[in-house]
Design a protein around this ligand. Structure first.
Ligand code: AMP
Length: 362
């Protein structure tokens, strides 16, 4: 396995939220150590890792010390500054590589890459930087669209759905006049996602797609198996594989897709990719012999990937804000697996934990 990690080696993780925490827990189970790097001193991941650095992502000295203390660096969020990745890469492999970061950080780069390099369908999109360009783009897309900032959008933030003429005026200034894209509105039947993993040796494994339902733009529930035709599942697997291969990707990636009905047929369009473990893959823990977190650890460690097979049907429910107060009731449910992220303060819209409700796979 060449430069593969050995038990006792250390994985560096940028970001100290729940995703970093669950990656560190999976790594620990396999005898690996973790060093978490995060500017926020209250990071939930610090509690489960042996080493931590509290410093800014721009702090070159701290980054250099961190890089020298680990065998590989991975991350739990896609907005890692390009310069941060460049500094780290001088000392240690960064997985997934900086190319995946660059592509997924900017919606224009991402959509262009997906359609031109990964041969996947996406919504029609047009680059817009000014209100005048927005109005011209709307004409081209038939008067309606979703205006999205190119960078830093998540959970519906940084976007405006434009369906009526009155939504147009001042739309760019509402989003802070940032470089943006206008996307055509996709008349989707449902939203699904697929978790794909690619190893250092190029092996690809995909988990079953999940049906995703959102509340206030935040993922609330994922159902697996998704209620989609077998052929759609196969297409999702092929699309995710093409994307991972085209990016020369190493690690786990979330691919969000729209399912569009076209007469009798269904069609898939990629909404976005996330170069990291993904909320809509939390169901893999408990429902699969190898969770997305273990799979990510295996990939970035240069180890063989595990199976992505599923042993149970599962419904994953996110505990958002006050939902977390149901934790005691969840403990009494026979088939519920509760995960809490150890966040001290409950805030509206904050992801506090999740429940995987398992049932027999039919
Ligand atoms: P995003 O931040 O791009 O993941 O978008 C958040 C949500 O907005 C998605 O989960 C969809 O429900 C909706 N959405 C985003 N883009 C489109 C689109 N082009 N057409 C229709 N709905 C969209």
């Amino acid at each position: 396995m060449g430069s593969a990690l050995r038990p006792g080696d250390t994985i560096g993780i940028l970001g100290g939220g729940q995703l970093g925490r669950m990656i560190a827990q999976a790594a620990s189970r396999m005898g690996l150590k973790c060093h978490i790097y995060c500017p926020d001193e209250n990071s939930p991941a610090f509690e489960v890792a042996g080493k931590k650095t509290i410093a800014a992502y721009e702090d070159e000295q701290a980054l250099t010390r961190f890089a020298k203390s680990v065998s590989v660096v991975t991350y739990e969020f896609e907005n890692v500054p390009g310069e941060t990745a460049r500094i780290l890469e001088q000392f240690v492999p960064v997985r997934p590589g900086p190319h995946a970061l660059k592509v997924s950080q900017d919606r224009l780069t991402e959509k262009t890459f997906l359609s031109e390099k990964a041969a996947t369908m996406v919504a029609p999109f047009i680059k817009v930087d000014t209100q005048a360009e927005l109005e011209a783009a709307l004409m081209e897309l038939g008067g309606q669209g979703v205006l999205k900032t190119r960078r830093f959008g998540y959970d519906g933030k940084g976007q405006i759905m434009i369906c009526e003429p009155e939504n147009i005026k001042g739309a760019m200034s509402k989003l802070g006049n940032q470089p943006s894209i206008l996307e055509g509105i996709v008349p989707f039947e449902k939203e699904i996602s697929i978790i794909v993993a690619r190893g250092v040796d190029g092996t690809v494994k995909c988990y079953d797609p999940a049906d995703n339902y959102h509340k206030n733009h935040i993922l609330k529930t994922s159902y697996v198996p998704a209620d989609i035709p077998a052929q759609t599942t196969q297409e999702a697997i092929e699309m995710a594989t093409r994307i991972a291969v085209a990016l020369d990707y190493v690690g786990v990636m979330g691919v969000e897709l729209f399912v569009v009905r076209n007469g009798e047929a269904t069609e898939l369009k990629v909404n976005e990719i996330a170069p990291r473990v993904h909320n809509s893959g939390h169901w893999t823990e408990g429902a699969c012999p190898v969770s997305q977190f273990e799979q990510h650890v295996r990939a970035v460690a240069g180890w063989p990937l595990g199976m992505a097979t599923r042993a149970h049907n599962v419904i994953m429910e996110n505990l958002i804000g006050d939902d977390v107060n149901s934790w005691e009731a969840a403990l009494l449910e026979p088939n519920a697996c509760l995960t809490l992220y150890g966040k001290a303060e409950i805030r509206e819209g904050r992801k506090m934990g999740h429940i995987n409700r398992l049932s027999t796979k039919l």
